[in-house]
Write a protein that binds this ligand. Sequence first.
Ligand SMILES: [Zn+2]
Length: 71
Amino acid sequence: MPMYEFGCPNCGIVTTELCKIGEKGEQLTCSGCGNTGLMKHISGFSSLGIPGGAGGVSCSPGCSGNCAGCH
Ligand SMILES: [Zn+2]
């Protein structure tokens, strides 16, 4: 399951929750002030590709995916 960060618009505390896809923070309660209706932050954990060229895109024939060695 993906992890999302939820920020409290009242006191600014950010909590990280495991959530189902599409779940919102409306049902969550702030651990700091008890406010409900937390706002979801988009986590960047999935925005990076696979490092090191394993399974990466080759830039030319013969390139193994690690472009540091092909030009
Ligand atoms: Zn709060």
